[in-house]
Write a protein that binds this ligand. Sequence first.
Ligand code: ZN
Length: 148
Amino acid sequence: MPEAEGDGLAELYQELILDHYRRPRNQGSLEAHTSRVALANPTCGDELELDLLLEGGTIRDVRFSGHGCSISQASASMMTQLIKGKTLDEARRLAARFSEMMRGSADAAHDRALGEARALAGVARFPVRVKCALLGWSALEESTRDHP
Ligand code: ZN
């Protein structure tokens, strides 16, 4: 995180991550889904299953379930919040932006389009945890790979 942002924001971000971890948004599964992808991050023990309902290139609904560290579960929760109702193109742009943030891009870390997911910007400094943060987004990528 840039120095100018200080400890107050870091604390706020930490709280936001824990809040998503304790009360995951869009948790569960979708009976009517167009894709279901399960991914794991063995180095940390994170597991994730992502259900998507795609309709005409738009993500109509999304749910996830899983367990693992707070970074992996909070990141997936934040991702579902961001992509719900978005077109595939928009969701892919967000995924690319999030990846940039995980590679340390300050520009991406300040992109309002990433919403609460910006709270994870600090993870970029911990390469081992980047995989945790990317797990949900990787599941999204795999879910949408066969769609134009
Ligand atoms: Zn993890």
